[in-house]
Design a protein around this ligand. Structure first.
Ligand code: UT7
Length: 328
């Protein structure tokens, strides 16, 4: 019997502090009107507690997920953490997370694909389940974007927020779970969205700090154009090759980078607004957190057999879409 990888639980966590557009108006030359009309964002959550990192948000979410499913940390075979803001360059945030939740019976690693990381990790996790190599895989998307955002740069500081979502993948024999995926990269896009320093190309020096090269750099307009085209394109291709019309799709779950990109994708694939998960107004762009945070917030509305199209675009460039049948 064919084994598919089904999501059997989902959980989210966002830190308590809320940074509103009104507060941003006091920090940089911006307005609530500009932010709302250009991005759709009203507020975002920020992890302010000293000494807390990406792994701490992930640990909160995973502990809640395990409690919900009545599982012990040692039931988990593999932990995959998609993040762009790891606690450290090494060891991986996945290792730190395993320690913080007390998982001593698994292996774990990070996946780096900017805003597409969660979908890349989901496909990765699904492969372990489908091949029979694992029975329980935790796929986590977590980012403390505030740790790499320049709060004097109005071009980027209004967009991002902190947060985490995670899912549990388990084998399914009813044909539910991850059905198809189409994932892509184009590394020539790296010049438009990056963090210039802190890696092996430009290790940290007093100069890189003075030049503010440890923060997110984005050429917004260019990224916007690529995002609109590619996200819509893969979502539509995945629908077509699985013979799904707009009527067959129950939910579109888009990466939450900009409400205008979400709208353009929705229009291109021909779905009504009621079928699209949108929570960007509350969280901003949480990078790897956006898609699992949507699934978590919509969990009570999802039904067994629902057809979900997950779609994303991010730095790299990276992009992709996954067709998923909800399993519970
Ligand atoms: O998730 C990873 C992938 N990332 C994305 O998908 C993001 C894609 N890009 C975007 O979402 C949009 O390009 C932004 C939201 C980043 C910017 O929106 P835009 O409509 O493309 O604006 P723009 O960058 O072209 O800037 C238009 C004007 C500029 O002023 P001038 O040059 O026309 O005088 C900016 O300086 O808006 C100005 N501006 C702002 N004004 C008020 C830029 N940021 C702000 C701000 N408040 N926060």
């Amino acid at each position: 019997m064919k084994i598919t990888a089904a999501i059997t639980a989902v959980q989210g966590y966002v830190p308590p502090y809320i940074l509103t557009n009104a507060e941003l108006e006091t920090m940089v030359d911006t307005t609530d009107e500009w932010i709302t009309s250009r991005t759709g964002i009203k507020e975002r959550h920020i992890q302010r507690e000293p000494g807390k990192a990406t792994s701490d948000m992930a640990a909160e979410a995973v502990k809640l997920l395990l409690a919900k499913k009545n599982l012990s940390p040692n039931d988990i075979d593999i932990i995959l953490v998609a993040t762009t803001t790891p606690d450290m360059l090494f060891p991986s945030t996945a290792c730190i997370l395993a320690d913080k939740i007390g998982a001593t019976n698994c292996w774990a690693y990070d996946i780096s694909a900017a805003c597409s990381g969660f979908l890349f990790a989901l496909q990765n996790g699904a492969s372990y389940i489908q091949s029979g190599q694992a029975k329980k895989v935790l796929v986590v998307g977590a980012d403390k974007m505030s740790s790499i955002i320049d709060y004097t740069d109005r071009n980027t500081c209004v967009i991002f927020g902190d947060g985490c979502g995670c899912v549990l993948l388990e084998p399914n024999t009813e044909g539910l779970g991850v059905i198809d995926s189409l994932l892509r990269v184009d590394g020539s896009g790296r010049q438009f969205l990056n963090q210039k320093a802190g890696g092996s190309l430009n290790p940290a020096t007093a100069e890189t700090v003075a030049k503010r090269e440890h923060y997110v750099y984005q050429e917004g307009k260019t990224v916007f154009k690529f995002a609109v085209k590619n996200m819509a394109d893969v979502a539509s291709q995945v629908m077509k090759r699985n013979n799904l019309t707009a009527d067959d799709v129950t939910w579109l779950v888009p990466h939450q980078a900009n409400l205008r990109i979400i709208e353009a994708t929705r229009e291109y694939v021909g779905l009504p607004a009621e079928k699209v998960m949108v929570n960007i107004q509350k969280y901003g762009n949480t990078t790897n957190g956006t898609i699992p945070l949507c699934l978590w917030e919509w969990e009570s509305k999802l039904k067994k057999g629902d057809n979900l199209i997950l779609a994303t675009f991010g730095g790299g460039f990276t992009w992709g879409a996954i067709y998923l049948k909800w399993a519970y």
